[in-house]
Ligand binder design. Structure first.
Ligand code: GTP
Length: 597
């Protein structure tokens, strides 16, 4: 296709503002998919994505569009992941296209992820077309939202398109805006091949599938190509485009977006952002700005039932096949037995992987406290990365410790502002900015990532009744007074509950954790001390009293069904318990104990 008739774009939006619905509508209006094959949320492939409504992998579709003026266009839509954890993937896919539709729910207005994503688009020099969605709803207020887009984002919204992705109003206008307002791609057919690796995933039939955007040159079936990051060479055995079903084509030229397969074994061998060129007469100038995506949050995953360790290994290996940003290594813990220490891009990523293991592979897991990476500066001048509080060196050998900090942006209605400020303050936040847009406040905080990884989202949602939106980016590392807090149950340290905390908060955290555990651990036949300690010094303590023998004793033998029910309940509880020395700790305790109120 001639370049002037190609348009490449992505859709940026806050979650639930209607990105997927709009994409579906664009596909439908252009008859890309036969009506009978059209299912809701065409672009969200995986079940879990559908359930959570989160698009994780970038998806792509090529749309043939006959414009009002009769010209034929090829539109390539790259669907970017909407969540902050995947910020780097978002930024790469943005660089593969020239423009964005900025979708804002006209009943809601601009939210934190709207901002984060649109800034990425602006960074990538995109032409941006604002789309005000959900105009079919009574609460729609396009004028207010357009004004807000201008105030907060600073782009012209006077010619924003008013759309209902639900009813189809404004879809034709959106397609016309894509061809008239977004620029065509540029590129040189005769130059050496330069293709951006936008995404890759493992397909059971085809092996690794690589999504590419051709910048210069032409890619053909049978070509031998080189990944410029690691120099590996592959024989291209298939190229094609997504309509959205995979459709084989002969070649891909400049400005085009499609896929290649080349008998690549692992997703790990395909780095998002890498440049692909020909083995012979290739370019020697890779595309700028490549960086590998690195995990920032770590936690241990252990099977509740030790016998399921091999199943867990199998599940983790399979998931890792398709997710190069997820790292893992085997870990053994005195208390939890064999498991894996896993690294994730962020909390959502962690949750998604954990859920998939539990659901798709049916393995009950114990998740240890999520930890960030600390930089430990030893007295001997050496710097080490600490991924697991259990590996913390002897404090007497440490000079100082640095922790990662983030810049968090929160948008919240005025009424809840006080609660949000208090929450951030409680989490050792430093306020950087506070501005207003209509009746909403935008607060920017510098926060320690370790105060955010566990339950910050949950707390934020609950104190704002779901009205706040949140996004963050890493700021860098800073020194603080951090210590490792251990938890001892019946005098045995439970590594899985060890956390790094700020010294000033340690007592308070320790007390809260002991109190929680006291409620979460069932009584035993003996007294159980529960303690929090820093470097051998106990800072908090609770005692769980001993219990009588028989749970059914107080039923006086009369009510048989009640007795049975109790016994069954006890049995079900057993399944999810772990033995620590002489004490059984329910799985739920590990998660709940770490939540702070
Ligand atoms: P993620 O892909 O999960 O990030 O969200 P999204 O932005 O794609 O939102 P999605 O398309 O899933 O839409 C969110 C909800 O809004 C769904 O329940 C849609 O049915 C609904 N919705 C989308 N567009 C419209 C619209 O124009 N009008 C109305 N009334 N509802 C809409």
């Amino acid at each position: 296709t001639d370049l002037s008739h190609i348009r490449n774009f992505s859709i940026v939006a806050h979650i639930d503002h209607g990105k997927s619905t709009l994409a579906d509508r664009l596909i439908q209006m252009t008859d890309t998919v036969a009506e009978r094959d059209m299912k809701e949320q065409m672009l969200d492939a995986m079940d879990i994505e559908r359930e959570r409504g989160i698009t994780i992998k970038a998806n792509t579709v090529r749309i043939d569009y006959t414009a009002v003026d009769g010209e034929q266009y090829v539109l390539n839509l790259i669907d970017t992941p909407g969540h902050v954890d995947f910020a780097y993937e978002v930024s790469r896919s943005m660089r593969a296209v020239e423009g964005s539709l900025l979708v804002v729910d006209s009943t809601q207005g601009v939210e934190a992820q709207t901002l984060a994503n649109v800034y990425q688009a602006i960074d990538a020099n995109h032409e941006i077309v604002p789309v005000l969605n959900k105009i079919d709803l009574p609460a729609t207020d396009c004028d207010r939202v357009a004004e807000q887009i201008e105030d907060v984002i600073g782009i012209d919204a006077s010619d924003a398109i008013r759309v209902s992705a639900k009813t189809g109003v404004g879809i034709r206008e959106t397609l016309e805006a894509i061809i008239h307002r977004l620029p065509a791609p540029t590129g040189d057919r005769d130059a050496p091949l330069k293709a951006m690796l936008v995404d890759s995933w493992y397909d059971a039939y085809l092996g690794v599938v690589v999504l590419v955007r051709i910048m210069d040159g032409v890619l053909k079936k049978g070509d031998r190509v080189r990944m410029m990051q690691n120099g590996s060479v592959h024989h291209v055995d298939r190229i094609g485009v997504f309509r959205p079903a995979m459709t084989v084509v002969d070649q891909l030229g400049p400005g085009e977006i499609g896929f290649l397969t080349a008998s690549i074994k692992q997703v790990r061998d395909t780095k998002v952002g890498d440049t692909i060129t020909h083995e012979k007469r290739g370019t020697d100038k890779p595309l700028p700005g490549f960086k590998p995506s690195v995990p920032v949050v770590f936690c241990g995953l252990f099977p509740v039932d030790n016998a399921e360790f091999e199943d867990l290994r199998d599940a983790i290996e399979k998931l890792a096949l398709n997710d190069a940003s997820f790292s893992y290594e085997m870990e053994t813990s005195a208390a939890l037995g064999f498991g894996f220490r896993c690294g994730f891009l962020g909390l959502l990523h962690l949750e998604v992987i954990r859920d998939r293991i539990e659901r798709e592979y049916d393995i009950d897991l114990i998740t240890t406290a999520p930890s960030v990476i600390y930089h430990i500066y030893g007295r001997d001048g050496e710097v080490t990365e600490l991924h697991n509080p259990a590996d913390m060196p002897d404090p007497s050998t440490i000079d100082h410790i640095e922790e990662p900090r983030i810049k968090a942006t929160i948008l919240v209605p005025d009424d809840f502002l006080g609660d949000v400020l208090k929450l951030c303050q409680d989490r050792r936040g430093i306020q950087m900015d506070l501005t207003y847009a209509g009746s909403r406040a935008m607060v920017v905080y510098d926060l320690p990532l370790n105060e955010v990884v566990f339950d910050f989202y949950d707390r934020l949602k609950s104190v704002t009744k779901g009205y706040a939106s949140f996004d963050y980016q890493l700021l860098g590392y800073r020194t603080d007074n951090l210590v490792k807090m251990q938890v001892l149950v019946n005098d045995e340290p439970v590594d899985a509950l060890s956390t790094m905390v700020h010294r000033d908060r340690a007592e308070q955290r320790g007390r809260a954790m002991c109190e929680k555990l006291k409620d979460l651990i069932p009584r035993h036949m003996f007294k159980i001390p529960i303690q929090a300690a820093i470097g051998g010094k106990v800072i908090a303590r609770e005692t769980l009293a001993a219990l009588r023998k028989d749970v059914t004793a107080k039923c006086y033998g009369g009510d048989v069904t009640r007795k049975k029910k109790l016994l069954e309940k006890q049995k079900a509880g057993k399944k999810k318990m772990r033995q620590f020395g002489k004490v059984e700790i329910p799985q739920q305790a590990f998660i709940s104990a770490l939540k702070m109120d």
